[in-house]
Ligand binder design. Structure first.
Ligand code: PMP
Length: 401
């Protein structure tokens, strides 16, 4: 048997021939050298906790952001039927018409006239964000993102050689037009808003949304509204800035609401012409969202979410009321996160270490913020785990007081 070929040594001297002179030139070259773009991308601080959780026997894992309920049976059955029926081929890149039409009708009912817009099915909201960044950002352009932010925004900007510039939303986490306006430069091309928010749980009010819409209209800088947690609202209705301006791309998806983050189904409402350009980008990258799972998502679109909403409201109240005596925290209006401040006198690192020692996993704020003062806690967990978490958090705060 022939010996397996060995990998070329890093920095092997690889000869090549100059085109102009046909001279043999030898250059030191690592065959697997990284692109500059990759050198600026570090693994998500949140994934680290995911892996740590896998190595623990029975952790109280409040680190990873996904609903704790499973995909509804009707959705699973619809996907299984689609597979059995042979719907396993590529779909058209923009997604199956039935799902797109249903989503478009839903947006029309909410926003009024959307005839100039198009709904495209994407590989999760992540896929939609990637297409939007690729379609709208040139190298050197700036995209405004909230601080604290969903970690992906920053790295996606790097991937397209643009710069993510944060607008500070501390201490109340409101993405106000004033806070955003201060960060606009001639290079600003997009403004990202995310309500309700990961990681803070802040849900924008109608007044916030109207101001943001006016900002987009007056500056000509469009909003990218990430509404993936739109169903997880506790009290007030979900408000989208798209209600007040057409200068807004809306992204949402099924990962959170249908408990199927592994299925990779998202969607995007955007101006028709831009959307059609993005078909090309999707065609040459993701190709299409998983075909049978689009049929599954279609079966779940109209499901009643009220029971999950009530459950999560109770969880939010339980954790928020449980820790508020010892932690300063903004009460989340939506999503399933809280972003409390570490107890006075404690350092973020030592606080996180104390949590890990007790097998409680939460995310240090530094994974999703320029500041090192808060931590993210995901309350999409069983009541039993949340009870234990509240006890541990209070004990840690008492020991640092
Ligand atoms: N936006 C936000 C704010 C998120 O929290 C997430 C998932 N954590 C995503 C987008 C990506 O979701 P998807 O699974 O649809 O790609």
């Amino acid at each position: 048997m022939a010996a397996a070929p060995s990998f070329p040594a890093a920095h092997a001297r690889v000869p090549w021939y100059s085109h102009g002179t046909n001279q043999r030139i030898v250059v030191p070259q690592d065959p697997f050298r990284y692109s500059e773009r990759l050198q600026n991308i570090r693994p998500s601080g949140i994934r680290k906790f995911f892996e740590l959780g896998l190595s623990m026997k029975n952790p109280i894992d409040l680190s990873i952001g996904q609903a704790h309920f499973d995909t509804p049976d009707v959705v699973k059955q619809a996907a299984q039927k689609a597979i059995a029926d042979g719907r396993n081929r590529y779909t058209v890149t923009q997604g199956i018409p039935d799902l797109r039409e249903k989503l478009k009708a839903r947006y029309a009912a909410r926003f009024g006239d959307v005839s100039g817009e198009d709904v495209m099915v994407t590989c999760g909201v992540s896929g939609g964000l990637m297409l939007t960044f690729l379609a709208m950002l040139n190298p050197g352009d700036e995209v405004l993102i909230p601080d604290p932010y969903f970690i992906m925004y920053k790295h996606l900007a790097t991937m397209v050689s643009a710069t993510a510039v944060t607008y500070d939303t501390y201490p109340d986490f409101r993405p106000t037009a004033q806070r955003i306006r201060e960060r606009i430069t001639p290079r600003t091309r997009l403004i990202i808003v995310n309500s309700p928010s990961n990681p803070t749980g802040y849900a924008m009010t109608e007044a916030d949304a109207r101001e943001l819409a006016a900002l987009a209209d007056s500056t000509g800088i469009p909003l990218i509204s990430d509404e993936i947690y739109e169903d997880f609202m506790y009290g007030a209705r979900h408000v989208s800035p798209r209600e007040f301006t057409r200068s807004c791309i809306v992204l949402s998806g099924a990962s959170k609401s249908l408990g199927m983050p592994g299925w990779r189904i998202g969607w995007m409402l955007s101006p028709r012409e831009l959307s059609e350009k993005m078909y090309g980008l999707q065609q040459f990258s993701f190709v299409c969202a998983p075909a049978p799972l689009q049929w599954g998502a279609l079966a779940g679109i109209d499901l009643d979410f009220s029971q999950h909403r009530a459950d999560y409201l109770a969880k939010r109240d339980f954790v928020f009321e449980g820790i508020r005596g010892r932690y300063s925290c903004v009460r989340p209006g939506g999503s399933f996160y809280m972003f409390p401040e570490v107890p006075k006198g404690a350092k973020l690192d030592t606080f996180i270490e104390a949590c890990i020692k007790r097998e409680l996993l939460v995310v240090p704020g530094t994974a999703c913020s320029d500041r090192a003062s808060h931590f993210r806690l995901c309350f999409a967990a069983t009541d039993e785990k949340l009870r234990k978490a509240v006890t541990i958090l209070n004990e840690i705060a008492a020991s640092t007081a």
